[in-house]
Design a protein around this ligand. Structure first.
Ligand SMILES: *Cc1c(COP(=O)(O)O)cnc(C)c1O
Length: 387
């Protein structure tokens, strides 16, 4: 068809990650946290955005403490950040010796883990760093109230450890009106009194916006660093850090009523224009966005019509002038008018899951002063990075 011609570089969809925006988000969160130190949660490869890229940018912005989930993530991050404090949320793995050698700080979640790490410290002949996690309502990881009482009664259990932090985790951080926040705050304040005085940490992204009592000595944001909304029901103050753009492969000018996509779930009438994009659920574009999601062209929303295929989606672009959309036209799938949280709402999920599913077929471009514009290889030799 005679099209307006490409306005976007051919090739796979482009995933553009703005390291300056992530650094600016960290600075904003640090400012909101007041006297508390702002750490950064970079588990799951920095929520799918590459810890090897994101963590050095945050270090350059002034962040000194990082949280990962797995021991292997901690070992890999150590290669990027030789001097950072790296907490491992899952506690001890089977790599105890490597942990100690890399100076990782396991977040100990049970009396058994405390005993194992303490024994390792005894064998090493030196105290080893550790954090303690108290469960105040997640019922997921962390010391129970009974275990905390046991530690209070038997403080020698902690003798070999160089304790850096006591922490807990909010179940409803994104909803300040939820009574659970207050309950967990009170439980945390009460339970940590049974332990030696330590810097404390309770808040992930949402808790930072719930006021000073939630800040303690350290806050641990993840999603807000990457541009996700910290609170579900308030305007999002974070800068957009992720932009996913693809090009139109083909446009169909529908002249008589017909259906679009697998299952023929969508009927369209004559006069509709359908643009096909080479991104699908194999790329982490949620299948639940079929007939629900939206993209943007020039900031104008264009709805997903029909089902999401493995490698393709179809958009109703009738709202745009026919001369504007043709093969090669740039379409924003995340960012550029497509708010990642709004997209997640449409998909029935969270921005967290949208980000951590971003697929391997995208061409990743890291921008910002911290990135070295456009450069692609990971800056940390030996570090595991996706993409
Ligand atoms: C993932 C996680 C965080 C970060 O949560 P966000 O909601 O992404 O800010 C903080 N603490 C713990 C224990 C976590 O598991």
């Amino acid at each position: 068809m005679p099209g307006p011609g490409p306005d976007f570089e051919p090739g796979p969809a482009e995933l553009r990650i703005d390291l300056d925006a992530i650094a600016a988000n960290w600075r904003l969160l640090q400012a909101r946290a007041g006297k508390a130190r702002c750490a950064a949660v970079v588990k799951a490869d920095a929520y799918g955005l590459s810890a090897a890229r994101v963590a050095p940018a945050l270090w350059a912005a002034g962040c000194r403490s990082f949280f990962v989930a797995h021991g292997a993530e901690g070992l890999s991050l150590r290669q990027c950040l030789p001097n950072a404090e790296i907490f491992v949320l899952h506690g001890l793995s089977d790599q105890l010796a490597a942990f100690a050698a890399a100076g990782l700080v396991p977040v100990l979640n049970s009396l058994d883990e405390i005993a194992a790490w303490s024994a390792r410290a005894g064998a090493a002949g030196r105290p080893l760093p550790a954090a303690l996690h108290i469960d105040t309502g997640m019922t997921r990881l962390g010391l129970s109230e009974a275990s905390v009482a046991r530690l209070a009664a038997e403080p020698e259990r902690l003798a070999n450890l160089s304790l850096r932090l006591v922490m807990s985790h909010l179940a409803c951080a994104d909803d300040p009106a939820h009574p659970m926040n207050r309950e967990q705050l009170d439980a945390f304040a009460r339970l940590k009194r049974a332990l030696p005085p330590l810097p404390a940490s309770l808040s992930s992204s949402g808790g930072i916006f719930q006021g000073a009592p939630f800040h303690f000595e350290m806050v641990r944001p993840g999603i807000a660093l990457y541009g996700g909304r910290p609170l579900a029901s308030a305007p999002n103050p974070m800068a957009e850090a992720v932009r996913l753009a693809a090009k139109v492969l083909q446009v169909h000018d529908v002249d008589t009523p017909r259906t679009v996509g697998y299952g023929a779930t969508r009927q369209v009438s004559g006069g509709t224009r359908i643009a096909t994009i080479g991104v699908g659920y194999a790329d982490g574009y949620f299948r639940s966005l079929g007939n629900r999601g939206f993209a943007c062209i020039d900031g104008i929303p264009v709805p997903v019509v029909g089902r999401v295929s493995m490698d393709l989606i179809t958009l109703d672009v009738t709202a745009l002038p026919a001369t504007r959309v043709g093969a090669g036209t740039r379409v924003d799938l995340i960012g550029g008018g497509v708010d990642v949280d709004a997209l997640a709402d449409a998909a029935g999920t969270l921005a967290y899951e949208i980000l951590t599913r971003l697929g391997p077929r995208y061409r990743r471009v890291y921008v910002g002063a911290a990135a070295g514009e456009g450069q692609d290889p990971a800056p940390c030799a030996g570090a595991v990075s996706s993409g």
